[in-house]
Design a protein around this ligand. Structure first.
Ligand code: HEM
Length: 505
C-alpha cells in the first residue's frame, strides 16, 4: 500500500516535471535547488522563440533564477528604458564584467573583451583606423573584387549546372575572405567554386559555439569539461590553437613584408588594419600596438566583429527578400533608378556614394536586422547596486541579459505588425531612412560601445545585395526548413539552400 502511495507521488511529480518543462507560456517554473535551468535546458534548441513567448507574458523584464550553486541568476530585459539606462545613461556602472571576460577568454584583451581604460584606448584607435578614408578606399576595392571574382563566378556556375547551393555557406566564405583582407591584407581564398575547407574559418565557428554554451552551463561544469578535455571545451581548445597559429602566420608575413617595404602601400589603394597597427605603432597603457600579443588580440576581435555578423545579416536578408516578391521588386526598381543604365548591366561596378543612395534597400536590410539580429544576446554586469527604470533592483553578482531577437518581436516596441517583414516602417514621411533609437533597435549595440563597423557592414551588404538581386533569381529549395541556430551568432540551423537562375538585366 505504502509502495503504491510513493508510486503515485512519483507519477504526479513526473507529470508535473513534464508539464513544467513543456510549458511554453509565461516565465519558467522556479524549482527548488535547480531554479529555472530545467525549463531553459529543455528549450535551449529553440531559445530565441522561448524568449519571445516569455516576454509576451511579462512586462518586459524578468529574473531568471539559476541553480543555487551556480551563480547564474540573470535579469533579462527587453525594456528600451532599461537598455538606455544600462548602455548609455549609466554606462560606467555597467561594464562587460569579469564573467564576460571568462566566457570570451579566447578573445584575449581585444576591444570586445576589455573594459575601462584599455577598452577606451583601443576603441579610439580602432575608430580612427576604420573611419579613415584610406580604409574606405580599401573596403570599396576589396568588396568589388570579392563580388566580381568570387561571388559572381560561383553563382554563374551553379546557375549553369542547375545545382542547389547553400547561400549561408557562400556568405560566410565571402565575408570571411573580405574581413580577413580588410583586417590583415591577406586573402584566405575561402570563396571559390571548389568551396574548400578552411581550418581558420572552422576554428572560429567552433570557438563561437563553445563560448555560447558557456553562457548556459555553470562555470564549474565547463571548467571541469575543459580539465577533462571533453565536449565543447575540447573543441574550443583545438580551435584556439588553430586561431593562434593562423594569426601568428599572418603577423609574421606582414612584419616581413613591411621590413622589405618600409612604405606600407600606395595611399590611394587604401590600407589594411594590421598594416596600420604595425606602422603607426600606437601605445596603450604601456602596450605597443606592434607587439605580437596586441596584434593577435586585435586581429581576432576585428575578425569576429566583421565576419559573422555581416554574413548572418546577408543570409536572413536574402531569405526574407526571396520570400517577399513585392519587396524584391521595389529594391530592383530602386537600383535601376540610382545606377546609370550602363552600370546596371555591370552592376558589380558600384561606388560607395551610389550605394548610400539606396534608401529602400537600406530599409529592407534594417528590417531584416530587426527581426534577425546577428548578435542575438548581449549582457552586462553592474559594478554597484542600482535600480533600473523598470523598478528592478540589480547587484554586482547578477548578470543582465538583453535578448535582441525577442526585442525585435515585441508589439510594445514595434507595434502590432512587429512579426511582419515590412521595410516601409523604416521610411520616413520625407522618403529618407527613419532613424530608430539604438536602445530600441539594438542590432548594432547602443551608447559608447556602439558598433564601429555599421557603415562598413551596410556598404558590403548593399554591394552584395545589388549584385545578386540584379543578376539572379533566387528560389528557396522546396521544403527547406529555416530556423535559427543556438550560438553567439544568429545563423540558420540548416543553412539557406537555394537554386539560382541568371536573369536578363
Ligand atoms: C551586420 C553587421 C554587424 C552587426 C550586426 C554588428 C553588431 C555589433 C554589436 C552588437 C556590437 C557590440 C558587441 C558587444 O559589445 O559585445 C558590435 C561591436 C563592434 N563592432 Fe560590429 N557589427 C557588424 C559589423 C561590423 C563590422 C563589419 C565591423 C568592422 C569593420 C565591426 C566592428 C565592431 C567593433 C570594433 C565593435 C566593438 C565596439 C566596442 O566594444 O567599443 N562590426 N557590433
Amino acid at each position: 500500500m505504502a509502495l503504491f502511495f510513493y508510486f503515485e507521488i512519483l507519477l504526479v511529480f513526473i507529470c508535473f516535471l513534464l508539464w513544467s518543462l513543456h510549458n511554453k507560456r509565461g516565465v519558467p517554473w522556479n524549482w527548488p535547488l535547480l531554479g529555472m535551468l530545467p525549463n531553459l535546458s529543455f528549450h535551449i534548441h529553440r531559445i530565441h522563440d522561448r524568449c519571445v513567448e516569455m516576454f509576451d507574458q511579462t512586462d518586459g523584464t524578468f529574473l531568471f533564477k539559476g541553480p543555487w550553486f551556480a551563480n547564474m541568476d540573470m535579469l533579462t530585459t527587453v525594456d528600451p528604458a532599461n537598455v538606455h539606462h544600462i548602455m548609455s545613461a549609466n554606462f560606467s556602472n555597467f561594464p562587460k564584467g569579469s564573467e564576460f571576460m571568462k566566457i570570451f577568454q579566447v578573445l584575449g584583451d581585444g576591444i570586445f573583451n576589455s573594459d575601462s581604460e584599455l577598452w577606451k584606448n583601443q576603441r579610439k584607435i580602432a575608430r580612427g583606423l576604420i573611419n579613415h578614408q584610406r580604409f574606405y578606399r580599401f573596403l570599396a576595392r576589396t568588396v568589388r573584387d570579392k563580388v566580381e571574382k568570387g561571388l559572381i563566378p560561383i553563382l554563374d556556375h551553379v546557375s549553369e549546372q542547375g545545382t542547389v547551393i547553400d547561400m549561408q555557406d557562400v556568405f560566410q566564405r565571402l565575408t570571411f575572405d573580405s574581413t580577413c583582407i580588410l583586417v590583415t591584407g591577406y586573402d584566405p581564398g575561402c570563396l571559390s567554386i571548389e568551396l574548400p575547407d578552411v581550418p581558420f574559418s572552422k576554428a572560429m565557428d567552433d570557438a563561437e559555439e563553445a563560448m555560447f554554451m558557456r553562457h548556459f552551463v555553470p562555470e564549474s561544469l565547463w571548467k571541469l569539461e575543459r580539465w577533462l578535455g571533453i565536449g565543447q571545451e575540447k573543441k574550443l581548445s583545438r580551435a584556439w590553437t588553430t586561431l593562434d597559429n593562423t594569426i601568428a602566420k599572418y603577423i609574421s608575413m606582414k612584419q616581413e613584408e613591411l621590413r622589405k617595404n618600409s612604405k606600407p602601400t600606395k595611399e590611394e589603394d587604401g590600407i589594411d588594419l594590421l598594416t596600420s597597427y604595425i606602422h603607426e605603432d600606437y601605445e596603450i597603457m604601456g602596450l605597443k600596438s606592434s607587439d605580437d600579443k596586441f596584434l593577435r588580440d586585435s586581429i581576432l576581435n576585428l575578425m569576429i566583429a566583421g565576419r559573422d555578423t555581416t554574413s548572418s545579416a546577408l543570409t536572413w536578408f536574402l531569405w526574407l527578400v526571396s520570400t517577399h516578391p513585392e519587396v524584391q521588386f521595389k529594391i530592383r526598381e530602386e537600383i535601376k533608378s540610382v545606377f546609370p543604365s550602363k552600370e546596371v548591366e555591370n552592376s558589380n561596378q558600384f561606388n560607395i556614394e551610389e550605394l548610400r543612395k539606396l534608401t529602400y534597400l537600406h530599409a529592407a536590410i534594417s528590417e531584416s536586422l530587426r527581426l534577425y539580429p546577428p548578435v542575438p544576446f548581449q549582457h552586462k554586469a553592474p559594478l554597484q547596486p542600482d535600480i533600473l527604470p523598470s523598478g528592478h533592483y540589480v547587484h554586482p553578482r547578477m548578470k543582465i541579459m538583453f535578448p535582441l531577437y525577442a526585442m525585435g518581436r515585441m508589439a510594445s516596441i514595434w507595434g502590432k505588425d512587429c512579426r511582419e517583414f515590412r521595410p516601409e516602417r523604416w521610411i520616413s514621411d520625407s522618403g529618407t531612412v527613419r532613424h530608430e533609437p539604438s536602445y530600441k533597435f539594438l542590432a548594432f549595440n547602443a551608447g559608447p560601445r556602439t558598433c564601429l563597423g555599421k557603415e562598413v557592414a551596410f556598404i558590403q551588404m548593399k554591394a552584395v545585395a545589388v549584385s545578386i538581386l540584379l543578376n539572379y533569381t533566387v528560389e528557396i529549395v522546396e521544403g527547406h526548413s529555416v530556423s535559427p541556430n543556438v550560438s553567439i551568432i544568429l545563423y540558420m540551423k540548416h543553412g539557406l539552400k537555394v537554386r539560382v537562375t541568371k536573369r536578363c538585366v
